[in-house]
Design a protein around this ligand. Structure first.
Ligand code: AMP
Ligand code: GLY
Length: 428
């Protein structure tokens, strides 16, 4: 089998690595890929734009690719999966219409209201003055979100009215996010603990992946600005067996039934970002139409089943006939970011130590890394994610630190406290 993966992040390196482990896979192409996918066994990078459906179709036909897997949201929201399907090609990823669950926050909120899926109360505004007037009456904190895709940067949790007003102005007046911010969702702040709940869906059936939690803030103790994600671990202790069942019954199945009933059956990875209140209430903070980054890295390190096998079962709408096996040990991934991420990361610096082989139970997934004459240079805000298994979360973190200490050169930044919630829950 030959597989094509679209994307170039740490998530795509993990996907390519997981696919390449299946003995029935001969070749994994990654477009455009990164230095990690360039060096992985059986994998090669292809210089193609993941948004250029025609170029991708031509490549898939020419190379006889059996399955295309779309990693990031942008090609999904742009309809690349629809174009491949229309050309008769096997592609794993939701349609453009279904990807609106991530592509438009106002669409997702209205969909959840129509189907009774728990989420924060909200209003949508396109005009500045009614939005500012609404803020005057709204309790604090309040959450302001650009409607469209904004690479994780379009959400402001405002603790003061001044911050909330500035966020609304930046989106509706200064067009900080362009068209993506021409409409804003203002929603109620939900207290609690977040968890990432990701399922594979074939449009009818849903198979949950192992649970996970990520750390979105740049600073230790979960402080400072939001980022794409500074680390993640799996499983998420906050998702107890009881909550797991409740999430399937109140969020996942109603979403899949609702999308099918509205004529947009959802097939692909569905990521529900959840807030779990101290008394165990669940609310959807966001939907993503893809796997999380960096959640994918620890999740796939624990996956013992064949990933391509799973995707093929989904394409045949036979997910009810498969089960997934997980390494029972926890996995934890620590993201190393370029200096000054997330504002204006310093790029182009040499990273040393990546040529050391990873120790057992550790895997270094590369993201913003460029390979030049066999040397690695920083080429993106999030540079890599050192991911490790361990008998405990603490041990997984120690194993990851061991590998991180072998790296040198660029002054990469990372958080030392990834997994603190899981550790707290173990100690409590
Ligand atoms: P989103 O892109 O919608 O996931 O938002 C990014 C982050 O902002 C989330 O992961 C939460 O940490 C935070 N957030 C978003 N919406 C809310 C909310 N209604 N209440 C509390 N925190 C939120
Ligand atoms: N780690 C959060 C995301 O992938 O959206």
């Amino acid at each position: 089998m030959q597989i094509l993966i679209l994307g170039n992040g740490g998530r795509e390196h993990a996907l390519a690595w997981a696919c390449s482990k299946d003995p029935s896979v001969q070749r994994v192409f990654v477009a455009p890929g990164n230095a990690g996918t360039a060096q992985e066994a059986k994998c090669s990078n292809v210089s193609m734009n993941p948004l250029d459906a025609q170029e991708i179709i031509a490549f898939v036909q020419q190379q006889d690719i059996d399955l295309t897997l779309i990693g990031p949201e942008a090609p999904l929201v742009a309809g690349v999966s629809d174009a491949l399907r229309a050309a008769g090609l096997a592609v794993f990823g939701p349609s453009q219409a279904a990807a609106q669950l991530e592509g438009s926050k106002s669409y997702a909120k209205a969909f959840m209201s129509r189907h009774g899926i728990p989420t924060a109360g909200y209003r949508v505004f396109q005009e500045l003055s009614p939005a500012l007037a609404w803020l005057q009456t709204h309790p604090l904190p309040v959450v302001i979100k650009a409607d469209g895709l904004a690479a994780g940067k379009g959400v402001v949790v405002a603790a003061t009215l001044t911050e909330a007003q500035a966020a609304v102005r930046s989106m509706l007046e200064d067009n900080r996010f362009g068209q993506a911010g021409a409409s804003v969702v203002i929603e109620e702040f939900l207290p609690g603990e977040e968890a990432s709940f990701i399922v594979v869906s074939d449009g009818v059936h849903a198979l949950p992946l192992a649970t996970s939690q990520d750390h979105k803030r740049i600073g230790e103790g979960d402080t400072g600005p939001n980022t794409g994600g500074m680390g993640a671990y799996s499983p998420a202790p906050v998702v107890t067996a009881l909550l797991h069942e409740k999430i399937m019954e109140t969020v996942i199945y109603p979403t899949l039934r609702g999308m099918a009933a509205e004529g947009h059956p959802y097939s692909g990875f569905l990521y529900a970002g959840l807030m779990i209140s101290p008394d165990g209430q669940i609310a959807v903070v966001e939907f993503n139409c893809r796997l999380g980054d960096p959640e994918t890295q620890p999740i796939l390190l624990r996956l013992q089943s064949s990933l391509p096998g799973l995707l093929q079962a989904a394409l045949k709408q036979q997910l009810d006939q498969v089960s997934i096996h997980w390494d029972p040990r926890p996995a934890l991934g620590i993201v190393l970011a370029a200096p000054n991420y997330p504002d204006t990361p310093v790029l182009g610096e040499l990273i040393t130590g990546l040529n050391h082989p990873d120790p057992e139970d550790v895997k270094t997934f590369l993201a913003g890394v460029r390979l030049e004459h066999q040397q690695c240079f920083t080429a993106g805000g999030r540079v890599l994610c050192v991911t490790a298994l361990g008998a405990t979360v603490q041990q997984a973190r120690t194993n990851a630190f061991g590998r991180i200490h072998q790296l040198g050169g660029a002054a990469l930044y990372y958080r030392r406290d990834i997994g603190h919630r899981a550790l707290d829950s173990q100690n409590s």
